[in-house]
Ligand binder design. Structure first.
Ligand code: DGL
Length: 271
């Protein structure tokens, strides 16, 4: 394929569900001329609570191959849980650039004054300990409090934003941060920006919340380089789900300008 043809291909974006829409927001903002094709595997979400690594790998393979068949010029893994598998495991024979979620280490260390850093993520992501490892490599004096938050994704996918259950759950997970005097919190699951305000309200200004999505979008720009990055034309996103597209549209409204989005249900390729 000629370079210009590749440049005109869309950028693929994957997540287990609606979480990656919080990354798509930054991708659209930083790359206004690009076309994006998003897949959220809403039918099998959550990935990060009870699925094995092999299952997560297989589900991800189906999403990547579905996008690969359509033709994309880069893949953004807008899911921390899938990102834990490493970008090389997402190749499946394709040679486009693959960008996984940033761990936000520089931002965390420059934000925290007392070096007490909290991480909220899915049980799978927390079990991998990769955020702690990277933070301590950059600053061995930092103290990292990791909190597995299995209840958040079902509440967000279930649109339970005003529920008592969400308030109680946030209170429960924030307890660990308070106990360890954390002044900075990383949202290491792309679903959590949907409840960022609620977390900030619970912590009443006692900590700064860091979302690594903006840095991830910057990483995408760097990976594309000027040869693949579009600087003309109208941006657009096709947002696909494996189930419940009307829910995806409702949640997308919280993050995106829907005028630039189209929604559809998709069947993933079989392995
Ligand atoms: N949005 C995902 C993440 O960033 C995963 C949620 C899940 O499926 O458990 O980790």
């Amino acid at each position: 394929m000629k370079e210009n043809d590749v440049k005109n291909l869309p950028i693929g974006v994957i997540d287990s569900g609606v979480g990656g829409l919080s990354v798509l927001k930054w991708l659209q903002e930083k790359m206004p001329h690009e076309k994006f094709v998003y897949i959220g595997d809403t039918a099998r979400c959550p990935y990060g609570n009870a699925h094995t690594e092999d299952e997560i790998y297989g589900f991800s393979a189906q999403m990547v191959m579905t996008l690969g068949k359509k033709g994309i010029k880069a893949l953004v893994v807008a899911c921390n849980t899938i990102s834990m598998l490493g970008k090389d495991s997402m190749r499946f024979g394709y040679d486009f650039p693959i960008i996984t979620m940033s761990k936000g280490v520089n931002l965390l260390l420059s934000t925290s004054k007392n070096k007490q850093i909290g991480i909220f993520a899915t049980p799978f992501t927390i079990s991998k300990e990769l955020h702690r490892k990277e933070i301590l490599e950059a600053d061995p004096e930092a103290k990292v409090t990791t909190v597995a938050c299995p209840d958040f994704v079902p509440l967000i996918e279930g649109e339970k934003f005003d529920s008592l259950k969400l308030r109680v759950t946030i209170g429960k997970y924030c307890q660990e941060l308070r106990k360890n005097n954390c002044d900075t919190l990383l949202l290491a699951c792309t679903h959590y920006p949907f409840i960022r305000k609620e977390i900030e309200r619970e912590m009443q200004g006692a900590l700064t919340v860091v979302d690594p999505a903006e840095q991830t979008a910057m990483d995408v720009i760097e990976a594309l380089g000027k040869d693949l990055l579009k600087d003309t034309g109208e941006g657009k996103s096709i947002i696909c789900g494996t189930s419940n597209v009307s829910k995806i549209r409702r949640l997308a409204e919280k993050m995106l300008d829907l005028k630039k989005c189209e929604f559809m249900e998709i069947k993933l390729v079989d392995l």
